[in-house]
Design a protein around this ligand. Structure first.
Ligand SMILES: [Fe+2]
Length: 295
């Protein structure tokens, strides 16, 4: 180990990482030393100016100030830089037949209301009715009794938490039946722009990127003995599939939202007096050991 009194543009990296020598947590040493190495390499590569350094500090400070219990600007920042999706990809190497995972996003809330199979989880969210159904099963086809946590935007592209009132709409939890079947009524989500009134919006505008995400419903599927699945089902004709602002689209997650006209019978037997959609999508889970051993 070298001892430095003063540092140059190169040895300062080694000097910082030498200060980790008393740390007893090897994973933490790996994380901090690698982060230091990459950040220092970045600063050297772009020859960061002091004005740019200060701007970055202010940007991150504003990002923190934007966070509340309903708004997570740091997740949004991670999302638009592709870091969230890259982390998902690394941590969800599954057999080809399993449902793929995608980003969690910033709009999930704990303790969404419980519903029963068949209920309307829109709870007043505006939009065209949509009847969603599917089955939770394993990669070998076995039915799985699971809990689904579901959330999505309304027809104006907003999640309930983006409104100033405390109304809960367009989200809920439900149990599958014993055969893994689930079905519920809600409204068809639409494409929406991620929030652009904070520093992440400033970043996107600065680099001439659009903020749009293709229409999707979020699902978190939890079952005993299986890996939790966090995913979306996208609308397969959405124009933003190829340019999702958060890089979350996967070709296996395209759902067929089928339009039906007024006067047709809905899956729950109701003769609908307005157009509506149906969407069926099965959720295929991996057993805990399957996901960790699969390449
Ligand atoms: Fe979303």
């Amino acid at each position: 180990m070298k001892n430095y009194i003063s540092y140059d543009e190169v040895n300062i990296t080694e000097a910082v990482n030498q200060r980790l020598s008393d740390c007893k947590n090897p994973r933490l040493v790996q994380l901090v030393s690698s982060l230091t190495q990459h950040l220092h390499d970045f600063v050297r590569e772009v020859e960061l100016t002091e004005e740019e350094w200060l701007y970055a500090i202010q940007f991150l400070t504003e990002t923190g100030h934007m966070c509340t219990d309903k708004r997570q600007e740091f997740i949004l920042l991670s999302d638009v830089l592709g870091i969230s999706m890259l982390t998902v990809l690394i941590n969800n190497r599954k057999p080809r037949s399993a449902t793929e995972a995608t980003v969690f996003g910033p709009f999930h809330v704990e303790n969404a209301p419980w519903y029963k199979n068949g209920d309307d989880i829109s709870h007043g969210a505006k939009g065209t009715p949509c009847f969603v159904s599917g089955k939770v099963k394993g990669v070998n086809g076995e039915p799985i009794k699971a809990v689904l946590d579901i959330w999505h935007s309304d027809e104006d592209g907003f999640y309930d938490v983006q409104y100033p009132d405390d109304k809960v709409a367009g989200r809920g939890k439900l149990h599958t039946d014993d055969g893994g079947q689930f079905h519920f009524r809600t409204i068809k989500p639409v494409a929406y722009p991620i929030p652009t009134d904070g520093p992440v919006g400033t970043l996107l505008q600065g680099v001439s990127r659009h903020p749009w995400r293709p229409a999707h419903i979020h699902f978190m599927v939890v079952a005993e003995g299986y890996d939790t699945l966090i995913t979306h089902v996208f609308e397969k004709t959405d124009p933003y599939l190829m340019s999702d602002a958060v890089f979350g689209v996967r070709s296996s997650l395209l759902g067929d939202y089928v339009r039906h006209e007024a006067g047709e019978k809905a899956p729950d037997g109701t003769i609908m007096n307005e157009p509506f959609y149906t969407m069926n999508y099965d959720m295929i889970l991996t057993k805990k050991a399957e996901a960790t051993s699969a390449a």
